[in-house]
Design a protein around this ligand. Structure first.
Ligand code: NAI
Length: 249
């Protein structure tokens, strides 16, 4: 990835942080963005301490004006932009009969789906000038199946795969690839509220590899789709889930 400029949203923690580290290890210049600026700064500092090239930006992906401004600043800093990783997210619980279901749905769709279209629209002029423009959207196993009481999250993550497929077709003749990564259960900030013994039990029951995954294992899936060598892969939703979604019994 030497010479490539990569912008990652939600890179202050978990999967985004691991992805920032991995791309930097591979020689990329990494724009570490997060709504929590101190965590983005900490990740950029870790990368610099390890000899990599990174800079932190505060970016709340639900803020349309901020998205356009930060993407443009990143492109000036990097003299372009080659890879956009749409990773920012949060867990959104939403039982269908809750009074605030519609509000939660609106927020979930904005954060987990609409925001991706904002970063993509802002990044497109720069990706068009890249020799290997890549868009990688972080969906979920909730993008291909469903769990109870998180309908807003599940609907948004299904939407991410639809968005990915449509844009893969739309941008194909410009040589920009658009892919999604679908993580299974991963040890990150989002899942830190689940007690360890519940994680172990859940993984033994539902994941063929019998464990939660690590953020670095998702980062490798993202890197794979970003590599110049992956130039003929587009419109794909890559499951990185320990086999969870193919398990029948
Ligand atoms: P995390 O909580 O460790 O990291 C999420 C990061 O996104 C945080 O740094 C947070 O500050 C940032 N963020 C939240 N809202 C934001 C906003 N409006 N603008 C900018 N940044 C914002 O969680 P994790 O797991 O690393 O999440 C990354 C992505 O992975 C999310 O899209 C999540 O839905 C997805 N995912 C995670 C799974 C898991 O088991 N951890 C499973 C499947 C998908």
């Amino acid at each position: 990835m030497a010479g490539h400029v990569v912008l990652i949203t939600g890179a202050g923690s978990g999967i985004g942080r691991a992805t920032a580290h991995l791309f930097a290890d591979e020689g990329a210049r990494v724009a570490v963005t997060d709504m929590d600026f101190s965590s983005a700064e900490a990740v950029a500092a870790e990368i610099a301490a390890a000899g990599g090239n990174a800079r932190a930006w505060e970016l709340d992906v639900t803020d349309r004006g901020a998205v356009a401004a930060v993407v443009s600043e990143v492109a000036s800093w990097g003299s372009g932009l080659d890879v956009l990783v749409n990773n920012a997210g949060a867990s959104i619980g939403s039982p269908i009969d809750h009074d605030d279901f519609e509000q939660t749905l609106e927020f979930g769709i904005d954060l987990l789906l609409t925001s991706l279209t904002r970063t993509i629209r802002a990044a497109l002029p720069h990706l068009r000038r890249s020799a290997a423009g890549r868009i990688i959207n972080v969906s979920s196993t909730e993008g291909v199946g469903g769990s109870a009481r998180i309908a807003a999250y599940t609907a948004a993550k299904h939407g991410v795969i639809g968005l990915t497929r449509s844009l893969a077709v739309e941008l194909g003749d410009e040589g920009i690839t658009v892919n999604a990564v679908c993580p299974g259960p991963i040890h990150t900030g989002i899942t830190s509220v689940i007690p360890d013994e519940m994680k172990v039990k859940f993984a033994r029951r539902t994941v063929p590899l019998r464990r939660y995954g690590e953020p670095e294992e998702i980062a490798h899936g993202i890197l794979h789709l970003a590599l110049p060598a992956s130039s003929y892969i587009t419109g794909h939703a890559l499951l990185v889930d320990g086999g969870m979604t193919v398990k029948n019994n």
